[in-house]
Design a protein around this ligand. Structure first.
Ligand code: PEP
Ligand code: MG
Length: 852
């Protein structure tokens, strides 16, 4: 039998035992970005209950840290495993740690390595969490224990090597089924999160599934193999599967890949499958599609210059102080940049600077540089050496993501270097229409760029998951990364076309190509403008069914954005925005002012659906204390909490009513599980309306359908409420008993599960029988794949984040209600979310075919 392409010939499988007794914790939860961001590699963390660190496998101790809290083992097959006891334990300088081995010792699996004083660590360090990280040599591993208690030296927690490729079921037999070409739609390509989602889906099937990109392939069950394909947005791939459920597997995977594997696809334009305006030639320089869009401009090559400095010094104390001051100044600068972007609501940029500040917060850099300074190096030389060493280690790891974290480190390192040398950050000014060309683009570079001047970016290094790429996308600047040595062809002043969708640069384009590119730019602008222009008109299907498209907002500023994007109204105002992140409740006047402002912004021609306070449980407020709960999602939250604080609730009700004179006010209650709750809340409203002399029919009252009981009792509710708005995020979590924030369950907590769909259908049927309208304001409303289904289920209103409105309206206009109804009745008969997704993506394909 021939081996399928993705299976490497087995080397001996290797297991890693738990290195200590304790409770397994996901690496993401470790409160240190170096570990949670997997900067060192992948692995596990254990909250220790024992006090002995033992060898997870046989090997040689290649490094024992001088602070005795960490060591690295290397196996004979070249796999390196870092064992790190606690966080910030380096500061204990060896106190509380008793090594049982020394560097160079060979150890057997289970052999004692370091004894430690757990109490002392718990009292003096940030955390006792102990990490086991595979830093080198392992390509594929399987997590044997996902959570729970583990016994040191006994329980196997990781396994890697040939084993992870072995089929677990009768895979590999039967006909090989192949998919047609698919395209990656995720803005960042398949980086760790979507790759992990893909693996979760692939593991649901017994068949052996392989991803193909050109000649390269990867097992769909291996995150590391998928990431090694370095799949960028727009990349063409195909799938193959062999096994008894191969066809079903491919249908489901095609659908989840097409829908972005659970990622917010944002404003990215659709991925096209053909290069539109250039033929292949030596002047077409291929790279990675890092930010979409097409631009024409003239190149400006920027060399990344390392300033000159003395490398030796005889004044170590001075040098050390210089370095310390530089690090502190750089950290302050990064935090200030973070605050500026936070104020501007530019969260992605703020997060990048926060991550850079966190990198600088790692004392290990300064400590290592200090050792070099003591050996006679100057502060800049010592710092450069540490950054070069660490970033080279990261860059050498077999992961695109790690390599890009190395870019972050170099960026932060350069910032500190300039400070040590007393140099200002270089200020760059460019001519309008510049295509900036450089070796690597630092995130700080991109944050400073003016998209009105720099029309595109091209770099030698980097990829689609870098922070720079994220920022370029948010600025709407096309970016082609990873050109390699082909970059040398781009001298300053050359005319180029940059295609950030397909990842190439066309040097010296012919006049016809420029014209075609101009046409493409114009077409996109027109499409955007056209959709936006039409967004102000109602959305009707081709056979005339009107679907209201509302906005989900959380502030007065977002109300303005909703109007600009063509919202028919606000379908969900999350009123908790006024209550969060503060030490006491907002006054009634403060609340009133905000509701009035939002009401006036929307005006009399639009509806405003305000949801009353939805906090408590997992979103506690310090000024509304609730006893600790074991299951906060099932505790005092939403309306339950409001009813326990009648004064506060009544004040909110009065403030909300202040919007009534300015707009079409509707109010709904979150997390309603019973009729009694609705009646109690309504009573409060009626009382306040009477006091304010507001006619009872001026404000309609509804409920959110987020708890299955509300859907099951929809016919009873329909006698008393004016409308229903379905919160698919919570409805899915409560229907499937899956925490909506649970990393491992995220892919399974799918709102397209037929169980959730049946509850939606039930609600609509009951509501329409009593002439009540039904909206959907959960995340499913913004998923374009689901639009035909929701329209077919006769949903009256879809409420989504404002930027999605023009595209959603365009999508509704492309539908036929009768066909959608047929589709919905088929979907309701299916047995899994995967089948529903497959049905919907086929529907979409057929529709597209019908239009062409
Ligand atoms: C929902 O649950 O779907 C919803 C819209 O409410 P939130 O996401 O604010 O809980
Ligand atoms: Mg909710």
């Amino acid at each position: 039998m021939t081996q399928p392409a993705n299976v490497s010939m087995p080397s001996a499988p290797l297991s890693l035992l738990a290195p200590v007794d304790g409770v397994l914790v996901a690496l993401e939860e470790v409160p240190d970005p170096v570990f949670s961001g997997r900067l060192m590699g992948d692995g596990v963390a254990i909250d220790p209950t024992g006090t002995l660190l033992s060898a997870p496998c046989a090997g040689t101790v290649v490094q024992l840290h001088r602070a005795k809290h960490a060591l690295t083992l290397r196996t004979d097959s070249g796999v390196s495993v870092l064992l790190h006891i606690g966080l910030d334990t380096v500061t204990l300088a060896g106190s509380g740690f008793t090594p049982q081995v020394k560097e160079g010792d060979r150890v057997a699996a289970g052999q004692a390595l370091i004894e430690f004083d757990l109490d002392a660590i718990a009292q003096n360090a940030l955390s006792a969490l102990t990490m086991m990280i595979v830093t080198e040599g392992a390509q594929h591993f399987t997590f044997k224990h996902a959570a729970g208690l583990v016994k040191g030296s006994a329980d196997e927690v990781l396994r890697f090597g040939a084993e992870s490729h072995e089929p677990t079921a009768p895979a590999g037999t039967g006909e090989l089924v192949q998919s047609e070409a698919l395209f990656i739609v995720n803005p960042n390509g398949l980086h760790a999160r979507p790759a992990a989602q893909l693996v979760t889906w692939a593991k649901r099937f017994q068949s052996r599934i392989t991803l193909h990109k050109g000649q390269a392939s990867a097992a769909a069950t291996s995150v590391t193999e998928i990431m090694a394909l370095d799949l960028a947005r727009g990349d063409q791939i195909s799938l193959s599967a062999r096994g008894h459920d191969a066809k079903e597997a491919l249908a489901a995977l095609k659908s989840v890949i097409a829908s972005g594997l659970g990622e917010d696809l944002g404003k990215a334009p659709p991925v096209s499958s053909t290069r539109k305006f250039v033929s292949s030639s030596a002047d077409v320089l291929g790279g990675v599609a890092a930010a979409p869009g097409v631009a024409i401009g003239r190149t400006k090559v920027r060399a990344f210059e390392v300033p000159q400095f003395e490398t030796r010094s005889t004044r170590p104390v001075e040098e050390q102080q210089k370095l310390r001051r530089a690090i502190a100044a750089a950290e302050l600068e990064l935090k200030a940049a973070q605050a500026v972007f936070e104020q501007k609501d530019e969260t992605e940029k703020a997060q990048i600077f926060a991550a850079h500040a966190a990198l600088l917060g790692d004392d290990a850099f300064e400590r290592d540089a200090t050792f070099t300074i003591r050996d006679g190096a100057s502060a800049p030389a010592a710092w450069q050496a540490v950054i070069a060493d660490r970033s080279a280690t990261l860059a050498a790891l077999n992961s695109p993501l790690m390599r890009q974290r190395a870019d972050d480190l170099r960026d932060v390192g350069h910032r500190v270097l300039l400070k040590v040398l007393g140099l200002a950050n270089p200020v760059t000014s460019y001519e309008k229409g510049t295509v900036l060309v450089c070796d690597e683009l630092t995130p700080s570079d991109v944050a400073d760029l003016d998209p009105a001047v720099v029309v595109a970016l091209v770099t030698r290094h980097g990829g689609s998951t870098s922070h720079a790429a994220i920022i370029a996308r948010s600025l709407g600047v096309p970016y082609v990364a990873g050109l390699g040595d082909a970059l040398e062809k781009l001298a300053s002043g050359s005319e180029v076309i940059v295609d950030g969708d397909q990842g190439f640069v066309r040097l010296n384009p012919a006049a016809a190509e420029v014209e075609q590119a101009k046409g493409e730019i114009l077409r996109r602008d027109q499409l955007r403008v056209e959709r936006l222009g039409r967004a102000y008109q109602p959305a009707r299907t081709s056979d005339g069914r009107r679907v209201e498209i509302g906005a989900n907002i959380g502030s007065a500023k977002e109300a303005t954005q909703a109007v600009e994007q063509g919202a028919d109204g606000v379908g969900l105002l999350r009123s908790e925005f006024l209550f969060m992140n503060r030490r006491w409740a907002p006054s009634e006047d403060e609340q009133r002012a905000q509701f009035e402002l939002i009401g006036k912004t929307l005006g009399g021609g639009r509806t405003l659906v305000v949801r009353t306070l939805d906090v408590g449980g997992d979103k506690p407020l310090s000024y509304m204390p609730i006893a600790p709960e074991e299951n906060p999602f099932l505790g005092i939250r939403g309306l339950r909490l409001s009813l326990r604080y009648p004064e506060l609730f009544a004040a909110q009700v009065r403030a909300i009513l202040a919007a009534a004179p300015h707009t079409q006010l509707q109010v709904m209650f979150p997390m309603v599980a019973s009729l009694q709750e609705f009646r109690a809340a309504k009573a409060c409203f009626v009382e306040e309306m009477q006091k304010a002399r507001i006619a009872p029919n001026l404000v309609s009252l509804g409920i959110m359908v987020e708890v299955p009981s509300a859907a099951l009792l929809a016919d009873a509710f329909a006698n008393e409420v004016d409308f229903f708005s379905i919160g698919t995020n919570d409805l899915t979590q409560y229907t499937l008993a899956m925490d909506r924030g649970h990393a491992e369950l995220a892919a399974s907590a799918d709102a397209l599960d037929p169980a959730v769909l049946r509850l939606i259908a039930m609600t609509v049927q009951a509501a329409h029988a009593k002439k009540r309208w039904v909206g959907v304001c959960g995340g499913l409303a913004a998923e374009l794949l689901a639009t035909p289904l929701l329209v077919g289920l006769d949903i009256d209103e879809l409420s989504v984040p404002s930027p999605s409105i023009p595209e959603l309206k365009a999508a509704v206009r492309g539908l036929n209600h009768v066909a959608c109804r047929k589709l919905a009745s088929e979907a309701l008969q299916l047995g899994s979310a995967a089948q529903v997704r497959a049905l919907l993506s086929n529907f979409k394909t057929e529709e597209t075919r019908g239009q062409s």
